[in-house]
Design a protein around this ligand. Structure first.
Ligand code: NAP
Length: 166
């Protein structure tokens, strides 16, 4: 079962110039706790945005790239979605970004765990707007939390479309 996990601004922005828009320690802990010991799937640009360009520790990292020569240490490189789905089979795995990979893999996800942060900093990468997506419904949300003037909540969306691509 595939779940997307992301932190988004009010207009679903997720990044700018290869960086994240926000740095909320509790959200980072939540991401780590949720994905630990699981497979995470990301795009080549997101891998390169991680500290030292290194994969997430204690997780099985799958990276999507069209470049056949791309072979960084410590990750499994896939060149298309079918290859990813063939590896994860029925395992619980997480799509962790960025914008291109969320768009590509969302139809394969049953759930999206979204940290929604109030505010609209300029962004050049976006998560699809699930509030206006016919196939997706908000099924749960936490209370609001505050960190250094930022308010945010953890939300769960479910894919209510007829078919999740497997
Ligand atoms: N807020 C969050 O939760 C969150 C999470 C993750 C990332 N981010 C942010 O998102 C931004 C990066 O997102 P992005 O959209 O620019 O890049 P991305 O989705 O991380 O990676 C894009 C790359 O994925 C590969 N790719 C895309 N489609 C593919 C396909 N169909 N088959 C095979 N490979 C494919 C290509 O790699 P090649 O060019 O090598 O072929 C492409 O350049 C950064 O700012 C990052 O900080 C935010």
């Amino acid at each position: 079962m595939l779940t997307a996990i992301a932190a988004v601004s009010s207009n679903w922005g997720i990044g700018k110039n290869g960086d994240l828009l926000f740095n909320i320690p509790e959200d980072k802990k939540f991401f780590r706790r949720t994905t630990l010991d699981h497979t995470v799937i990301m795009g080549r640009k997101t891998l390169e945005s991680l500290p030292g360009g290194k994969p997430f520790k204690d997780r099985n990292n799958i990276v999507l790239s069209r470049n056949m020569d791309f072979a960084p240490e410590g990750v499994t490189v896939c060149h298309d979605v079918r290859e990813v789905l063939g590896i994860i089979k029925n395992e619980d795995a997480f799509v962790v970004g960025g914008g291109e990979i969320y768009r590509l893999m969302l139809p394969c996800c049953v759930k999206a765990i979204i940290t929604k942060i109030d505010g609209d900093p300029e962004a050049d990468a976006f998560f699809p707007d699930l509030d206006n997506a016919a196939n997706w419904a908000l099924t749960g949300q936490s209370e609001k939390y505050t960190y250094e003037g930022l308010t945010y909540r953890f939300c769960t969306y479910e894919n209510i479309g007829n078919e999740v691509i497997k």
